[in-house]
Structures are given as structure tokens and as C-alpha cells.
Design a binder for this molecule. Structure first.
Ligand code: 2DT
Ligand code: MG
Length: 211
């Protein structure tokens, strides 16, 4: 791996509202780490390529309707179907940069009014990230950024509730980055956070989400 010490890779998650800049920053961080010679892969949830992911994608584009708890469990299943691959990549020394994870799962479903404990339950046993970077952007500002793509959830009022739930999920692995700063400034902060995380977790054991 990048450190050359044979340690494990880091599980680094980016979270934030729609249009907070997660996907662009994931791509930038990925190419930076690759340029450093670090074994890295970019992942995202939902992973729309699996059969579960296709059901999720149809729901998000309003081609299908699903009960709130049903879609919640599908999002969770979409992470579970990737758990063993995720673990073997990390143990093999590959760092994963992941665009959304369990925090999205809980924050979006809780914003619909589902009980938070119920939302967390199916996530228990998934791998815990070493670092969660939250790109903090005001819901109104995010909406102004070229507008939303028209998928379900892309409404300012709903995003405000999601932001409140994200806030309540913050723990010691979170770093909040001001996503309204210029792209290059955000990028620089993410590089430093990621590099520190990668070197610090090489010898740390993988753990599960503490929920
Ligand atoms: P993208 O725009 O990033 O593809 O996300 N979502 C995501 C949930 O409701 N639960 C989850 O577990 C995850 C990972 C957030 C599509 C939408 O899916 C929502 C936005
Ligand atoms: Mg989206």
C-alpha cells in the first residue's frame, strides 16, 4: 500500500446533503491518493449496479413506489451485500473513499419520521468508518448549486430535516468541513484529513459501527 508498511487500508466516508459537493470531492481525493501511489478505490452508496441497487434506483427516480421501511431495508441490504468485499479490500491494504454510507441511511429515513433506533438497527455489524467527512452546506445554498436533478428527496424542506438528523449522528470519527468554501480549499482540507487517517489506521483493527 501507499505507506509501504503492509497495513490495512482506511475506510473514509464522505457525507452531506445533495449538492454538497461529495461526488466531486470524492473524485478529486481519489485521483490525489492514486497519484501518491496509494492503493485506493472510490465506492458509493447506493451502489446502483446490483439487483438491490436497481430497485433503489427505480424508487429514487419515482419509477416505483415502496413503503418507507421497505426502502430503508433495501438501502441497508445494499451495504450488507458489499460488506465482505469491503472488508477484504481494507485488510488487503486498499483505502476506500465512500460517497455516502449508513449515516445517509439513517438521516434520510429519520427525516421521513421513522424512529432513529429502528433506522440504526439494520446497520449494526457493518464496518465502522475510520473517518467521516461531513461537507457542511446550508440546504438553501446547496439547492442553488445548479439545482437538483429531480430525484426523490431533492427538496429544500426535506433536506433541512436530513441536515438536523446528520447533526445528531456526529461522533468522534466525524470531521465537519465547510463545503461552501472554494472547491480547492475544501479539496486541500480533505487531502490532509485523508492522509492523516490513512497513516493512523494502518495498525488499527477494523471495527463495526458502534450502534
Ligand atoms: P445519491 O444522489 O448520492 O446517489 O443518493 N440515501 C442514500 C438514502 O436514503 N439512504 C441511504 O442509505 C443512502 C446511501 C440519499 C441518492 C439518494 O439516496 C439517499 C440521496
Ligand atoms: Mg443525488
Amino acid at each position: 500500500n501507499g505507506g509501504g508498511k503492509g497495513g490495512r487500508g482506511a475506510l473514509i466516508v464522505l457525507e452531506g446533503l445533495d449538492r454538497s459537493g461529495k461526488s466531486s470531492q470524492c473524485a478529486r481525493l481519489l485521483s490525489f491518493l492514486e497519484g501518491k501511489g496509494c492503493a485506493t478505490e472510490g465506492w458509493r452508496f447506493p451502489d446502483r449496479d446490483t439487483s438491490v441497487g436497481k430497485m433503489i434506483s427505480a424508487y429514487l427516480s419515482n419509477e416505483s413506489q415502496l413503503d418507507d421501511r421497505t426502502i430503508h431495508l433495501l438501502f441497508s441490504a445494499n451495504r450488507w451485500e458489499k460488506r465482505s468485499l469491503m472488508e477484504s479490500k481494507l485488510l488487503g491494504g486498499t483505502t476506500l473513499i465512500v460517497d455516502r454510507y449508513s449515516y445517509s441511511g439513517v438521516a434520510f429515513s429519520a427525516a421521513k419520521g421513522l424512529d432513529i433506533g429502528w433506522c440504526k438497527a439494520p446497520e449494526v455489524g457493518l464496518l465502522a468508518p475510520d473517518l467521516v467527512i461531513y461537507l457542511d452546506v446550508q440546504p438553501e445554498k446547496a439547492a442553488e448549486r445548479g439545482g437538483y436533478g429531480g430525484e426523490r428527496y431533492e427538496r429544500v424542506e426535506f433536506q433541512k430535516r436530513v441536515a438536523e438528523h446528520y447533526y445528531s449522528l456526529r461522533d468522534s470519527t466525524w470531521k465537519v468541513v465547510d463545503g461552501s468554501l472554494p472547491m480547492e480549499t475544501v479539496e486541500e482540507q480533505l487531502r490532509e484529513l485523508a492522509m492523516n487517517c490513512i497513516s493512523e489506521c494502518q495498525d488499527k483493527q477494523l471495527t463495526n459501527l458502534p450502534w
